[in-house]
Write a protein that binds this ligand. Structure first.
Ligand SMILES: [Zn+2]
Length: 477
């Protein structure tokens, strides 16, 4: 495939990138770097969302899993690490490199994902729908546990020798705890390729902003918000106003939140408001087993002064102004239904598509004194999206429920917007020779590629799925 009759022979050992996922979509991050001597997979994510995407997780993996020498994980979100147990099930046996924060969060998230896959397969068998008979899980909780044995933790900013003349350096990405961009330094030929992973925002209250690149010959950058600028937000003032209004009416506040990171961001803002006397010291119930476990990981990172955390968090008990009450068992969760008066319940999932928050919505959404605060992106068609759009009747657990509570969206996104993505790419000096824009809806990726080209004259490409590209400058010599 490398010879071209009209052109020169291309070395079989030309280093290449192959975009195995997150091309034209925001999930399934998997990029294969092949030097000819070694194969490194950067991220190993699940395809998520619409059915045709989820079905892609069942496609044969495009290269032999046992031929991959190492996997590098940028962070613990499922669209970046959630395929790993499957890859191990299919034969991958190499090391998995990631930061300590990513390892600890992935332990929680992957085990839960395996458990969920098993539950969904069992559910499909009970109700007789599946393309497999019997329905099979993509992987089990045991598969997830097994893949965790391959994990090797690395420090930020310290090069790791991957063998075959390739080093990897994990740079802070400020997106969630443990999140990193990855720089791969190839020695023969000398090429530095930097993969953004998911980039956070400079205003994350707990994590430091994304690190600069230094230099990159090739950059692979995400584009979740490649066509958007975040508005100037005042989440604390907006939260205070919404919650105070509900309390004055005798109501409560319900906040659906993603279990990892978004919960910590919400808790931080509430903590500041209570500390400054802008909100009364009411009980804050954190009703999600995963969120409570993730919170322990964040607390440990603060205690051990993790370098990705803002210095003011070092050695500190997080959210100490809050009367925070973790809710773990289902019975404790149900008991909350009998409580009235001023209080805050934070529960997953963030788009109210499932999880315990659905029960709380059923119980609270009919009361006009209450406020429901959505704190992140609501994918079109999800229950959270319907609520935010002001639908008067919302279907939950098979029945319709009238919405009388006040519904608000206060954006606390932890994804960089277009300007912030451009800022990151252009910290490279000199600018990258080629930028591959992936991990976005097609319009978002194209908008970022266009902006990089128009403002900086960069060669910015939106690669197709499974496209292979050479990383070295192609010459006719
Ligand atoms: Zn992410």
């Amino acid at each position: 495939m490398w010879s071209d009759e009209k052109g020169p022979m291309v070395s079989k050992h030309a280093p290449t990138l192959r975009f195995l996922g997150a091309a034209g979509t925001v999930t399934g991050s998997r990029t294969l770097l092949d030097t000819g001597d070694t194969r490194i997979l950067v991220d190993c994510g699940l395809f998520q969302g619409r059915k045709h995407l989820r079905m892609m997780n069942w496609d044969p993996f495009p290269v032999e899993p046992e031929s991959i020498d190492a996997v590098l994980l940028t962070h613990a979100h499922l669209d970046h690490c959630g395929y790993l147990p499957r890859l191990v099930r299919l034969g991958f046996r190499g090391p998995v490199y990631c930061t300590e924060g990513t390892r600890r969060l992935a332990e929680i998230i992957l085990a839960d994902s395996g458990h969920l896959q098993e539950e969904q397969a069992a559910h499909a068998n009970r109700h007789g729908y599946s393309r497999h008979d019997p329905a099979l899980p993509l992987y089990t909780e045991e598969d997830a546990q097994r893949c965790l044995l391959l994990f090797n933790t690395v420090e930020f900013d310290a090069p790791v020798d991957l063998g075959s003349a390739v080093d990897a350096t994990f740079l802070g990405a400020g997106h969630i705890l443990g999140a990193a961009s990855v720089a791969l330094d190839l020695q023969r030929p000398s090429i530095r390729a930097v993969f953004s992973g998911d980039l956070g925002r400079p205003n994350h209250p707990l994590l430091l902003p994304p690190e600069t690149i230094d230099h990159a010959d090739v950059a692979v950058v995400e584009s979740t918000y490649g066509d958007e600028e975040h508005l100037e937000e005042h989440p604390q003032a907006d939260l205070a106003e919404a919650i105070e209004t509900a309390f004055e009416m005798g109501g409560m506040a319900l906040i659906p939140a993603f279990a990892v990171d978004r919960t910590e961001v919400v808790l931080h803002h509430l903590d500041r408001l209570v500390a400054e006397g802008r909100l009364p010291d009411v009980p804050v119930f954190l009703d999600s087993p995963m969120a409570n476990r993730a919170l322990e990981v964040y607390q440990d990172a603060a205690t051990r002064c993790s370098p990705e955390m803002r210095p003011e968090m070092h050695g500190r008990r997080l959210f100490r102004s809050l009367r925070l009450e973790p809710i773990r068992s289902v019975d404790e969760s149900k008991e909350l239904n009998h409580r009235d008066g001023p209080m805050i319940i934070i529960s997953a999932s963030g788009m109210a598509t499932g999880g315990r928050v659905v029960h709380h919505l059923i119980h609270r959404v009919g009361d006009e004194r209450n406020v429901v605060i959505m704190v992140g992106f609501q994918a079109p068609g999800t229950r959270g999206d319907r609520l935010v759009r002001g639908e008067h009747n919302v279907k939950m657990l098979g029945g319709y429920h009238q919405v009388h509570a006040r519904i608000l969206r206060i954006d606390m996104s932890t994804h960089a917007d277009q300007s912030e993505l451009i800022d990151w790419v252009t910290t490279s000096s000199p600018l990258p020779r080629t930028v591959y824009v992936h991990h976005g809806e097609p319009e978002a990726s194209q908008a970022l590629a266009d902006a990089l080209h128009e403002e900086f004259g960069l060669s910015a490409i939106t690669p197709a799925k499974d496209e292979v590209v050479r990383m070295d400058p192609v010459s006719w010599t």
